[in-house]
Ligand binder design. Structure first.
Ligand SMILES: Nc1ncnc2c1ncn2[C@@H]1O[C@H](COP(=O)(O)OP(=O)(O)OP(=O)(O)O)[C@@H](O)[C@H]1O
Ligand SMILES: [Mg+2]
Length: 244
């Protein structure tokens, strides 16, 4: 993958505000990475970079935008997560920033939980404020493609594996909340779930609706690729194996 041109970096300048630059400098001096090499994914809320370490290995660095993030939506999702302290008015600091920092921290925490539950997901390495460092999924500087852009050779087997991972996540009492072909990587024909910031315990008030949406997204995607799964049956199966 070629390095981004000066023009391309400029496009992502919005993530490199003074606060984030200082943070990146700190994380880099702690040895988490040496330099940002290239951009993998410019999302709405975050930009993901590949960074190289001095030993030549790579990590993924996800930077949530401080200026353009959708704070109120994030806040609404965080508010109902029973694990998190309330983002009350009494805490010092800019409430919008606090929301993004908690969003970032939640993704880190969910990734850890996912790994513990045996889900294939990037290993989280560190987080600070609006920056999350995790395992890079790919080879050399080539990220594993999104399922959306890389149809599996054996859709039935791939679907089976995705439902297995989703079931395992539900059995551990959690919902992903933003699962679709846009947040699953096809890593050499093996699914890797990413983008865990929406993840919440199943006992949170809106979680069953989120699970239903995840299941429907997967069923819709795989139906287009010749694999039939009934969302009602999948839901029943998932919920039968959870304790909530
Ligand atoms: N650990 C990783 N290894 C390789 N590629 C990754 C990794 N994490 C993310 N990506 C790539 O970066 C893109 C954006 O990442 P992600 O989905 O986490 O962010 P996003 O969609 O911008 O997030 P959000 O929905 O929270 O704004 C993904 O579509 C994927 O292509
Ligand atoms: Mg995403």
């Amino acid at each position: 993958m070629p390095r981004p041109s000066r023009e391309e970096w400029k496009t992502y300048n919005s993530v490199f505000d003074q606060h984030t630059n200082r943070l990146l400098f700190k994380l880099s001096s702690q040895g988490h990475f040496d330099e940002l090499v290239t951009i993998i994914g410019p999302g709405k809320e975050a930009v993901v970079f590949i960074a190289r370490k001095t030993d030549g290995t790579t990590v993924a660095v996800k930077i949530y935008r401080l200026e353009t993030a959708n704070f109120s939506k994030m806040y609404d999702y965080l508010r109902v997560d029973p694990r998190l302290p309330k983002l009350g008015k009494t805490v010092v600091g800019d409430p919008r920033r606090r929301t993004i920092f908690q969003w970032t921290e939640r993704e880190f925490r969910n990734l850890l939980l996912a790994r513990t539950a045996g889900i294939r997901a990037p290993m989280p390495i560190a987080h600070s404020h609006n920056v999350l460092i995790m395992e890079f999924i790919g080879e050399d500087l080539e990220p594993a493609p999104l399922l959306k852009h890389s149809t599996p050779e054996d859709p039935e087997a791939f679907a089976q594996r995705c439902f297995e991972l989703l079931g395992r996540w539900a059995a551990s009492g959690m919902v992903h909340g933003d699962l679709s072909e846009y947040n699953i990587l096809n890593d050499n024909e093996d699914p890797v779930f990413i983008d865990f910031s929406h993840g919440a315990p199943l006992k949170a008030p809106n979680s069953i609706d989120l699970l239903r949406r995840d299941v429907e997204n997967l069923c819709n995607y795989f139906r287009k690729h010749g694999v039939k799964r009934d969302p009602d049956d999948v839901m029943k199966d998932m919920l039968a194996h959870t304790s909530s």
